[in-house]
Design a protein around this ligand. Structure first.
Ligand code: FRU
Length: 498
């Protein structure tokens, strides 16, 4: 009897699959659950976005990457570039482990004035500032901060010869440096986390750093270790306020990992905030370690997060890769009842992926169904009903449901029947999102991809990012409502980026 080698059979299936795809597209990124318009590495493990910087021509996305396995391990910086944060080009690995350790999260800046002396006036360096993790060193001191530089806009990298540039003072969790140029004090500022608080350092040259202040031991959420800080200014009504992002793991509002924010002031040395309540960048379980871009062309504040959660990230049923990034989002401030809040909305450039479907505007009075055509969809809904339910369904009767309760100001998302959940016991817990139902309708901006949904409530006043692993695409939306209706305002197909 003739037998076929599995690799050969695999090749035949790949060929068959390729034949059923449009001829003008590359035959990649069609695996089960593969995000179609979110960034994901072609293979192996990814976590946090790192080194988010625009170099004058292109956006860079570096990311925590383990090139040899689908679970976390010795970290490298993977690399991708983009002109618009929508379409991505994979690049070779940027930073490899060295004698100081593996490469944890951090940031990147363009040192245009060559303050570091690592480039020249004509060839200013891109400088990456990251944490080293020495797995063999003592826990109390095995995380330090190092730098590396590139003179060809991120293509090739050289580690600074005298790393680390910040030694460990005896803090077991001492990491994730975010550096930015602070115009008012003409200095580089570095924010890092040390277990349960943030530390700020300043420098003239990105090499010599001096501790200037600490923040946060007694404020905010402390259900887990503080990670991935980011500090940046945002303007509202002609006034500048400073926003601090802090990721915590565990201790998020829906379990596991999440990112909180503080609004306050920064004087070049210290960050201060009067905020007493805990605020979340995203209520969902699947937006972690998000930070913002340095040096954006129009000064906008652009954010990307890691679309997963440490509770189950290493077990999700995807192959040959694990994890994706959230949609890039523009951050802004909003004032409500004399309080400032952070808003996030999907970046404008994503509109190039949308092509409108036609629809009947009022289809969701009391109840209705919408044929989604595919599971790559963007929907804008105006919900005036006091209570309503949206259910995404497929032919296998899997269902992802979103219940909006405008009396309570609460959205309940249930992914327990939305496909595979058995890889981790926490995955089927209900997800609760709080929002302010102050006006007579609630706007929902829904972006659904092959294995994720992002819900932006009232132009991003509340956000939730949720993964699911449905074997077949959700192609139908069923809606029911009580005391009022749901108006469909926009319905777009979202095209794939690969
Ligand atoms: C956050 C984090 C960071 C760390 C990195 C290691 O997800 O734990 O604090 O630098 O991941 O991969």
């Amino acid at each position: 009897m003739r037998s076929y080698h599995p690799a050969l059979l695999g090749g035949v299936f790949a060929l068959l699959a390729a034949c059923s795809q449009p001829a003008d597209r590359p035959q990649v990124y069609y695996e089960p659950y593969r995000p179609q318009y979110h960034f994901s590495p072609d293979s192996m493990w990814m976590n946090d976005p790192n080194g988010l910087v625009h170099d004058g021509e292109r956006y860079h996305l570096f990311y925590q990457y383990h090139p040899f396995d689908k679970v976390w391990g010795p970290m490298h910086w993977g690399h991708a570039t983009s002109e618009d944060l929508v379409f991505w080009e994979h690049q070779p690995i940027a930073l490899y482990p060295d004698q100081n350790g593996t490469i944890f999260s951090g940031s990147a800046v363009m040192d245009f004035s060559n303050t570091s002396g690592l480039g020249t006036a004509d060839q200013p360096p891109m400088v990456a500032i990251f944490s080293y993790f020495d797995a063999d060193g003592p826990k109390e001191t095995n995380q330090t901060q190092g730098i590396a530089y590139s003179l060809d806009k991120g293509k090739t990298w050289t580690k600074y010869a005298n790393n680390p540039v910040i030694d460990n003072p005896g803090e077991p969790d001492f990491r994730d440096p975010k550096v930015f140029w602070h115009e008012a004090s003409s200095s580089w500022i570095l924010a890092l986390v040390a277990g349960d608080h943030m530390q700020l350092y300043r420098s003239d040259n990105l090499i010599d750093w001096e501790l200037s202040s600490t923040f946060g031991q007694d404020v905010g959420a402390h259900g887990g270790v503080w990670e991935c800080p980011d500090l940046f200014p945002l303007e509202i009504n002609g006034e500048t306020h400073w926003v601090l992002l802090i990721s915590i793991n565990p201790g998020g509002p829906n379990g596991g990992s999440a990112t909180q924010y503080f609004i306050g002031d920064f004087d070049g040395n210290s960050f201060t905030s009067d905020q007493t309540e805990i605020r979340w960048v995203d209520f969902g379980p699947d937006n972690y370690a998000g930070v913002t871009y340095n040096n954006t062309p129009d000064n906008s504040r652009l954010f990307m997060g890691w679309m997963s959660n440490w509770q189950y990230a290493q077990e999700v049923p995807t192959s040959p890769w694990r994890s994706a990034s959230t949609l890039p989002r523009t951050l802004s401030l909003e004032s409500r009842e004399d309080q400032l809040y952070l808003k996030s909305s999907p970046i404008e450039a994503l509109k190039k992926l949308k092509s409108p479907h036609s629809f009947d505007a009022e289809i969701f009075e009391a109840s209705g169904t919408l044929d989604l055509v595919s599971d790559q969809a963007h929907l804008k809904l105006a919900v005036s009903a006091q209570s309503s339910k949206l259910v995404f369904e497929n032919e296998r009767l899997a269902a992802l449901s979103i219940e909006v309760d405008r009396d309570l100001g609460r959205i309940l998302i249930d992914r327990s029947k939305a496909g595979k959940t058995d890889f981790n016991e926490t995955f089927n817990q209900p997800i609760v999102v709080e929002f302010d139902p102050a006006s007579d309708q609630t706007l929902l901006d829904l972006w659904i991809d092959r294995s994720s949904i992002e819900v932006f409530v009232d132009d991003g006043a509340a956000v939730t990012t949720v993964l699911f692993f449905s074997e077949a695409p959700f192609t139908q939306l069923m809606a029911t409502s009580r005391q009022g209706g749901i108006r469909l305002e926009e319905f777009n197909q979202v095209s794939r980026i690969w």
